[in-house]
Design a protein around this ligand. Structure first.
Ligand code: PMP
Length: 402
């Protein structure tokens, strides 16, 4: 039986972290994994998360019972306000349903399974940006969708190919499912401007496309959760029906706790019970109930005004440190006279930078300098710090020159 199972292709990121873990050289710098690190290169537990954990530990009523099928209301209701705004008309009009998921990946998967069953037209494909997070194709193909790409990155300028994107969205048959990164695009760090988002919304409206937003970095792009939700709120205000996959992995540092939500916005309140019943059914069939611990932490932070304010400050701080590292890396490469233009490193936003380094240079950086990044030349800027940035700039300079 098992002998007939073919080998699955290796996952680039997972392969990279195995190689990095096995490398014990003292100069090693891991810019592969998309996880925040502090200025000493260590994982950072947000102070609000520690406080929420202490509150939970001190609560004599706390237990380990199952959550309900929709997840923890403190989380789903807080998460909904975070995405759509506390004064969202859609929420007030009872047009939003939010269900807890296994972080952002699980939210994408529940969306994928839901859309496979209910998409209109039934042969609609899922369009992903070129490039995108490696798991997108895998998730949507696993759920049985045909996956196509729309142009996104201009590989010459390392900026947005807005014309290519709009042309592809226009050329697609009507009613396709368009997967959009809400902010801090992974892997490129290239986001549309507010005007470009309006153009994207125009074309999607003309072509009756269905938006599926993936929001894994709210708070990381600009440091401001409201600005980072601009695109989603624009589409909601334009009257789109849509889905949003939301992760608390990065912005609350809850990576391994698998905390996230999937939100559905309907045009009419009357159809919300149909949609919520199906999302509950699919969630029940796949995970039965969502994990409780991360949800309790995030729910506590989202519902407590003081902790919430402090959390906003922590996100701002993380995004400021990343921006500082972007600018420093650009400045150092310019100071070294490294051939090429490096402005894109400081212009891109969010956790990642698409450096433009070729696969061959990436291999040399790993083999000769113990510097790890993904094959497409993406670095996690959060992995840079004052202790390693000189080394990284010099290593990039050396391989670019020879
Ligand atoms: N979407 C995107 C674009 C991502 O970059 C990530 C994290 N790498 C995710 C979703 C999901 O992450 P998680 O499942 O850890 O929330």
């Amino acid at each position: 039986y098992f002998a007939n199972v073919p080998q699955a292709p290796a996952d680039g990121i997972l392969k990279l972290s195995v190689l990095s873990r096995a490398d014990t050289n003292s100069t090693k710098v891991d810019l592969g994994v998309g996880a925040y690190r502090d200025d000493s290169g260590k994982p950072w537990v947000l102070p609000v998360v520690r406080k929420a954990e202490q509150q939970l530990a001190a609560d004599p009523q706390a237990n380990h019972e199952y959550l309900g099928v929709g997840g923890l209301p403190a989380l789903t209701q807080g998460a909904q306000k975070l995405i759509f705004g506390a004064d969202s008309e859609a929420i007030k009009q009872q047009r939003v349903y939010s269900i807890q998921t296994i972080s952002g990946t699980g939210a994408n998967m529940v969306a994928a399974v839901f859309l496979k069953q209910f998409k209109q037209p039934a042969d609609a494909a899922v369009y992903i940006s070129k490039p995108t997070w490696g798991n997108h194709r895998s998730i949507f193909e696993t759920a049985g969708h045909v996956v196509r790409e729309y142009r996104y990155c201009n590989y010459t300028t390392l900026g947005l190919d807005i014309q290519g994107m709009l042309d592809d969205l226009r050329a697609a048959p009507r009613g396709q499912i368009i997967l959009l990164h809400a902010c801090a695009h992974n892997p490129t760090g290239i986001d549309p401007t507010t005007e470009q988002w309006q153009q994207i919304a125009d074309v999607m409206q003309e072509r009756s496309h269905f938006p599926l937003f993936d929001c894994a970095y709210q708070g990381f792009a600009t440091g401001d959760v409201t600005r980072d939700a601009y695109a989603i709120r624009l589409f909601v205000s334009r009257g789109f029906e849509l889905l949003v996959a939301q992760s608390f992995a990065k912005n609350m540092g809850l990576y391994g706790e698998r905390t996230g939500c999937l939100h559905a916005v309907t045009a009419l309140p009357a159809v919300l019970p149909q949609v919520s019943s199906q999302l509950n059914r699919l969630s029940r069939a796949t995970i039965s109930t969502a994990p409780a611990y991360g949800a309790k932490i995030a729910g506590t932070v989202l519902q407590d005004a003081e902790l919430y304010e402090e959390w906003l400050g922590s996100m701002e701080m993380m995004s400021r440190r990343i921006k500082k590292m972007r600018n420093l890396l650009r400045d150092k490469l310019v100071a070294l006279g490294t051939p090429g233009s490096w402005d894109h490193v400081s212009q891109q936003i969010g956790m990642f930078s698409f450096t433009g380094l070729s696969k061959q240079k990436v291999d040399r950086l790993r083999e000769e300098y113990h510097l790890y990044m993904t094959d497409d030349g993406r670095i996690s800027v959060a992995g840079l710090n004052s202790g390693n940035i000189d080394y990284v700039a010099k290593a990039i300079d050396a391989v670019v020159r020879s």
